[in-house]
Design a protein around this ligand. Structure first.
Ligand code: NAP
Length: 261
């Protein structure tokens, strides 16, 4: 694997991730699919993880291949530690050890705090905090060996600002930000950066609980006057994943159209 870790090395703007291996969790649709496509276009081999939507994940992997990248779809429930081990092993076997991990898979629940029960809290903490924690732990030995790595955690604006009726979700995404900062300090000396991306409202299946009137209001509340797209988030992930971002660690970048400033 060719990895450029020296900022003085020439930087290819067409294929900045050439020779690298990216593992993107929850990449069968939505933001994760957008990230997988963008990293593949930038030259990385991409493992497209999914939970249930096999056909969609295979389709995303084929799209990645159409850009000339190696890619495969891998089923794994990232809240299950055994499944995480298998996911990393399969990625390593077919593509090589991941030099980029994007912890994107996540879940959201909408409702009053007073109605949030133990199982709902556990579901969100498992998907949004435990899974990124142990996915990072599983890829780190390879990154430590290479002396290089990029870990990117997909948080949310609500992890920064807090969202009404999304208290458990906000707590899980805020925890992910604290995890990002702490791990960045621990592994920075080993050539590994850890950053978070905290998107605003992005048009994906995750927003289907909102009515068209709610979505219109959300667009109007967003200073740039529209909802975001997976490509808006993927552009930020691409920068953080690139060798050029070697001086960025422990940071939270928020593509949110100005919703939270
Ligand atoms: P989405 O459209 O609901 O897609 C979720 C993805 O995660 C799917 O690929 C799903 O796989 C996968 N997934 C869910 N649970 C999983 C598990 N336990 N193991 C493996 N994969 C799992 O979500 P999205 O809107 O793209 O959101 C992606 C990330 O961005 C999430 O972390 C979310 O919290 C964050 N985010 C989203 C927004 C937004 O407005 N959309 C805003 C801020 C942050 P299957 O297809 O197989 O079910």
């Amino acid at each position: 694997m060719r990895v450029m870790n020296d900022p003085s090395e020439p930087f290819s703007t067409t294929c900045p991730l050439f020779g690298q291996v990216a593992l993107v969790t929850g990449a069968s649709r939505g933001i994760g699919a957008g990230i997988a496509r963008t990293l593949a276009k930038a030259g990385a081999a991409v493992a497209v993880n999914y939970l249930n939507n096999r056909e969609q994940a295979i389709h995303v992997a084929r799209e990645c291949q159409s850009y000339g990248a190696k890619s495969l779809a891998v089923q794994a429930d990232v809240t299950d530690l055994g499944a995480i081990t298998r996911l990393v092993q399969e990625t390593q076997l077919h593509l090589g050890p991941p030099s980029i991990l994007v912890n994107n898979a996540g879940r959201a629940r909408f409702g009053l705090f007073i109605d949030t029960d133990e199982s709902m809290l556990a579901e969100l903490l498992n998907a949004n905090l435990k899974a990124p924690f142990f996915c990072a732990q599983a890829v780190l030995p390879g990154m430590l060996k290479a002396g290089y790595g990029r870990i990117i955690n997909i948080s949310s604006v609500w992890g920064i600002a807090g969202g009404s009726c999304e208290v458990a979700y906000s707590a899980s995404k805020g925890g992910l930000i604290a995890f990002t900062k702490a791990l960045a300090k621990e592994v920075g000396p080993s050539g590994i950066t850890v950053n978070a991306v905290a998107p605003g409202a992005i048009e994906t299946d995750m927003l289907t609980h909102l009515s068209s009137e709610d979505l219109k209001l959300l667009s109007q509340e967003t200073p740039v006057g529209r909802l975001g797209t997976p490509a808006d988030v993927a552009a930020v992930v691409l920068f953080l994943a690139s060798p050029a971002a070697s001086f960025m660690t422990g940071q939270i970048l928020s593509p949110n159209g100005g919703l939270v400033i």
